[in-house]
Design a protein around this ligand. Structure first.
Ligand code: HEM
Ligand SMILES: *[C@@H]1O[C@H](CO)[C@@H](O)[C@H](O)[C@H]1NC(C)=O
Ligand SMILES: *[C@@H]1O[C@H](CO)[C@@H](O)[C@H](O)[C@H]1NC(C)=O
Length: 602
């Protein structure tokens, strides 16, 4: 094929233009040779050798390698490549760097299991520099720390000043202060602050009066961001920085621009938005430092006060100062935290809420569960929820899990801290970046249950659609549950073509009574390696408990306060995660969702 195409090219160019021909051959030949060589080497590694250095993904342009496809068609390029390499990790050459993509299934499980041999240093450095605008002097604070993220420093780093162990110290504080009593406090404040926002917002008219909102997602983004930031960073934040929410979401929209390292002159608006967010957080940080020293002895046992917000923020400020960060450095760290705390859970909440609004049956069933989770401690009702009850409801939990599966394009990245690391027999060089994106496991059609196959051969609940019951096992239905069950399904499918069994009628109209018996299957052995929106191993997302509670409270709060009707249900039904943002975390919808909304009588 290659010779032929060269020949036809020669014919095309013709004998007269010997020079052009030489130039063309000079360009084409290396391109073709590069492609053949990388293709052969990939083929050999993945089909013949099956261990050693991971195969490269073939490319034709030596300088560019996989860069453009990876940067501008990440989802398409990676899913095509994954189909080809299956469970074999592959090497991508992106820019000047090698990336090792670790496929879902056993590969990613091995990556999560070997926490002790792996760190996140390079990816954190990259995120701080490219996403959160950290300057080189502060990035150097991270660079100097090679002691790992466990309590016990890695070999050779035993004598490092403990105050400068930024990876470990941050890891420790996050896990300690996003759990237990601290978590309960954050959540209780979130619930109250969120309800206060919903009741006070002027975007919705007075009781009984329908108002049109141009976009439900924009409304939710602002409401949840305000409540979460009040709860975590304190009441003073929005007095100091009234535009923070607007600027933050603009910053969030430009995430890929920063990650692609677009120069400032090419994307002035993107960088201006980030500058505004950084300036706001700096203002907050300076104000807090001047108003209330973070190590004030009277604060020691205090979980929350309005200046710093939660104890976590005080602990972090102190930790950043003793590690040697500048004020700007600590502000970039805060931006990273604010992004982690809002950038994923809020889009995930949208999908949960939308699924309820799109289906009347679901609304009824969800309302039945919610009715058991309201706390009306006084006449006014202070906006609290019984969070533990919310989190224990099967259908709500199933909706929460499906919203993560549906939209999470989160990346977990690790690098070996020493030479000689192998991932299932494949060599991974020291300090090289291994990565895996949760989306592909969550959309693997061979793994997940997609419901019944209709007479037209179409699956009832394909993986690009939201199915509230996907994660639920109903005891009376052996075909239910998240994992595809080939045997039962095919028996069932052949059955339906003749006479549908009584089971089907039951499925079509499940109600609250069925949901009570359902068992959500969200983690454990069954889904390992296919469902990891929060990453895994010891560096799993420390905010995952907060995220689940926040999502459910946010959905419950909207339903308790408002009646909501989608203005264009047909379009809303077509809404899908916005692939333009792939893979910068959980993905919001690819269109606006106009609604009509009215306060409920209280
Ligand atoms: C649906 C919501 C969320 C998703 C899908 C999510 C996902 C993730 C993922 C994939 C990671 C990297 C883990 C790894 O590499 O294995 C991470 C880290 C992190 N997440 Fe979340 N997250 C969510 C919500 C939250 C919330 C609500 C917080 C609250 C504060 C939070 C705070 C963090 C922090 C601070 C890190 C960095 C941890 C570190 O440096 O070790 N996340 N998250
Ligand atoms: C936010 O919650 C805190 C703690 O419950 C409360 O003191 C504060 O008044 C709330 N603010 C708003 C605006 O809801
Ligand atoms: C919703 O309920 C109606 C009537 O109660 C029923 O006909 C329909 O099949 C149900 N749909 C689903 C998806 O359960």
């Amino acid at each position: 094929m290659t010779l032929e195409s060269l020949n036809s090219l020669e014919l095309l160019v013709g004998g007269q233009f010997a020079l052009t021909r030489k130039v063309l051959a000079g360009i084409l030949l290396p391109v073709i040779l590069t492609y053949i060589l990388t293709w052969l080497s990939a083929h050999w590694a993945k089909n013949v050798r099956r261990k050693g250095d991971p195969p490269p993904v073939p490319y034709a342009m030596p300088g560019l390698a996989n860069t453009l496809q990876f940067a501008y068609d990440t989802e398409g390029f990676l899913s095509k490549t994954l189909r080809r390499f299956r469970d074999v990790p592959f090497r991508l050459r992106v820019g000047l760097d090698d990336l090792y993509y670790v496929p879902h299934g056993e590969g990613v499980q091995a990556m999560f299991k070997h926490s002790r041999d792996l760190s996140m240093k390079p990816i954190i450095l990259l995120a701080m520099r490219d996403q959160f605008g950290m300057l080189p002097a502060d990035v150097a604070v991270f660079e100097r720390d090679g002691s790992g993220d466990s309590a016990k420093p890695l070999d050779g780093w035993e004598h490092m000043d403990p105050a400068r162990r930024v990876f470990y110290n941050q890891h420790r504080d996050l896990n300690a202060m996003l759990n237990g009593a601290a978590l309960d406090g954050i959540m209780a404040r979130f619930a109250v602050n969120y309800t206060t926002y919903l009741r006070a917002t002027s975007l919705v008219g007075g009781e009984g009066q329908w108002t049109k909102l141009p976009d439900l997602y924009a409304f939710l983004q602002d409401a949840m961001f305000h409540a979460a930031c009040r709860s975590l960073l304190g009441e003073h934040l929005f007095e100091l920085c009234p535009d923070l929410s607007r600027d933050f979401w603009e910053f969030d929209r430009h995430m890929l621009t920063y990650l692609r390292r677009a120069p400032r002159w090419m994307a002035p608006r993107a960088y201006a938005a980030r500058d505004r967010v950084l300036a706001s957080l700096r203002k907050w940080s300076e104000h807090a430092r001047q108003t209330l020293p973070y190590n004030d002895p009277s604060l020691r046992e205090v979980e929350y006060e309005p200046v710093w917000g939660s104890r976590l923020m005080r602990a972090r400020a102190e930790m950043f100062d003793s590690a040697g960060f500048s004020l700007d450095g600590s502000v970039s760290m805060d931006l990273g935290f604010v992004w982690a705390a809002n950038g994923n859970v809020i889009p995930a909440t949208l999908w949960a809420l939308l699924s309820v609004l799109l289906s009347e049956n679901l609304t009824e069933r969800v309302e039945a569960e919610l009715a058991q989770c309201l706390v009306d401690s006084n006449e006014e009702g202070d906006g609290a929820f019984d969070v533990a009850a919310l989190c224990s409801k099967p259908l709500l939990t199933g909706i929460y899990l499906e919203s993560l599966r549906h939209c999470a394009a989160t990346t977990s990245a690790r690098n070996p801290v020493a030479d000689g690391f192998q991932l299932r027999g494949w060599n991974m060089p020291k300090d090289s970046c291994m990565m895996s994106i949760a989306w592909f496991g969550a959309h693997d059609p061979d793994f997940w249950n997609t419901g019944r196959v209709g007479p037209d051969g179409k699956e009832e609940h394909p993986l690009d659609t939201f199915w509230a019951e996907r994660f639920l096992e109903y005891p009376d239905d052996p075909t239910s549950g998240p994992v595809r069950k080939q045997a039962e399904r095919s028996a069932y499918d052949t059955h339906t073509t003749t006479s549908p069994p009584s089971k089907e009628k039951k499925n079509a109209a499940r109600g609250p009574a069925d949901d009570k018996t359902a068992k959500p299957v969200g983690h454990g052995a069954a889904l390992q390696g296919y469902f990891y929106p929060y990453g895994g191993g010891s560096r799993i997302c420390p905010g995952r408990h907060l995220a689940k509670q926040e999502l459910l409270v946010a959905v419950a709060g909207m339903m308790r306060e408002f009646e909501i009707e989608l203005l264009d249900p047909a379009s809303a039904r077509q809404a899908r995660p916005d692939m333009k943002a792939f893979p910068a975390g959980a993905l919001g919808p690819d269109r606006k969702l106009p609604v009509k909304i009215r306060r409920r009588k209280r």
